[in-house]
Design a protein around this ligand. Sequence first.
Ligand code: BF8
Ligand code: SF4
Length: 624
Amino acid sequence: CEGCTDITCVSTQQVLSQDVAKNVKTAYDRVKARGMSACLFGSSGTCCRNCNMGPCQIIDGVDDMLGICGATADTVAARNFARTVAAGSAAHTDHAREMVKGFIEAAKGEGLHQIKDVDKLKKLAADFGIVTEEREVKDIALELGEKALAEFGKQDDAPLSMLKRATPKRQALWQKLGIAPRGIDREVVEMMHRTHMGVDQEYHNLMLQASRTALSDGWGASMLSTELTDIMFGTPVPRRAIVDLGVLKLDQVNITVHGHEPLLAEALCIAAQDPEMLELAKKQGAKGINLAGVCCTGNEILMRRGIPVAGGFVQQEIVLATGAVEAMVVDVQCVMQSVAEVAKNFHTDIITTNYRAKMPGGIHIQFEEHEALNSAKQILTHAIKNFKKRGKCFIPKETKMDVVVGFSHETINTMLGGRFRASYRPLNDNIINGRIRGVAAIVGCDNFKLADDTHETIVRELLKNNILVLATGCAATSLGKAGLLNPEAARFCGDSLREVCETVGMPPVLHMGSCVDNSRILIAATEMVRQGGLGDDISDLPAIGTAPLWMSEKAVAIGQYFVASGAQVVFQNLPISGAKNFNKYLTEGLMGEVGAHWNIASEPLEIARIMIEKIEAKRDALGI
Ligand code: BF8
Ligand code: SF4
């Protein structure tokens, strides 16, 4: 079958080959069972079901094929693409809204959480025009929370507050193109309206709104979420941790936290240390409570607390197939419905916690932020009581890897510049003198369509070519499993990058967090521009991004906000191949407008080659 790959991940292979997992059906089986390629019209982007005269399949150039309404392949593919951006942005937006609401509770002193990073609070407050001198922290925080919440429903046409963090040149360009986002929710609504039957039928115009929508995610929702999460739970600093299935423990209650919003995960971390919970675990015969993350929630608590990550997106079923998990606690996004089916083979419960996201076979325990500790304890109690029911299980103990994580953009600043001279200057200097050729961001998902080691293959090639790598999301987890997130991985670099990493004592791949934390990359890139010597906008930097194994609509929103911010991106595929003009516009034409475009390459080494070439071309243009 097309796209069906053999499993290359060692821990996954080990679990699936055990007797204990013999009845487990996974996505790998379903890829095989599909027995044919994915839907042709879906893949090429030219299937429209936006009204009931259709659905219409349109083959570009065949007998002037059009939709019943006259829509061309370009219009249909652009509308579909724009809706993908809107859906991805909506996911980040709803997540961010919950974080803002949690932040307001923290500011009022009503929730479980406090304001931990006062410096960061004041910096963000300044972006919102909030006076901070001679004011109580909680007053500043409350005003910030309310102003942040108002950004979602803002109806005037002024740009979002955080856009002023971008370079002056980029802000001016957004204004000129009319794509500076105004209200976070509004851009998604307008995108959905403009892709309704009979509204915007010009792909270029549709893409202007797609950019505005994506920017409302990157420089709005995601950035707000990252910043407020840091202020509440602490800005990540480098710390050692472990990843992969071997983090599960035979003699402890294993609870995996899967999804995205860190309010729940943080509450569970706090509740798991409660003596009452530990006592209960011991009563059930367990030595303790072992929390382990899956997907982006995993990255959030890995970055801030050093809680181990059991696996990324493609391992969510495999984590359960060990038979060693008492409960998988999930909230929103990237949770496959199949986890409930896999769990049926074991004593494991799938506990859904968000009213937005329930599933057949799951047990729903609503997480209430205003009584977070009680909710978390209720969830933990349920999981702990399952421990006694655990049957045969298999944990691949050998498969765990040391990682160093926690590279917020502030950490990179101090790590490179020192505590007294925190600055991106040394990074810029090393790029200008050529020790570091450039910076590559590897972000996004895993996907059953391509080999599990795709991220690793790309990154090894980049490191050999002295390119520093930033990673987030499930890509970061897979690089951690491959041993690339620790300082010892400097040995895989070319000589000059290795020297820099060894001098600083840093890994050559810097884990910057979850998918919403891609906003950290926007800030880091802007900071590099500000330091001088590398041009006057993100589009001048020798930097590029990729989400080679993208799966989720969020990855497309992220790709589009990178492009609209001036950063090139390379994806393994996009559903646009059936629309000649639109395809050319995304992969070439956007350059003339925003200084960056999408690139498509199917093979990992081809992706790496494009990234290296683009970085070298930027160096040439800068004359360095
Ligand atoms: O936001 S990387 S599979 S978990 S979408 Fe999902 Fe992709 Fe993982 Fe997180 Ni991001
Ligand atoms: Fe077909 Fe046009 Fe309706 Fe789409 S909007 S389903 S192309 S008639």
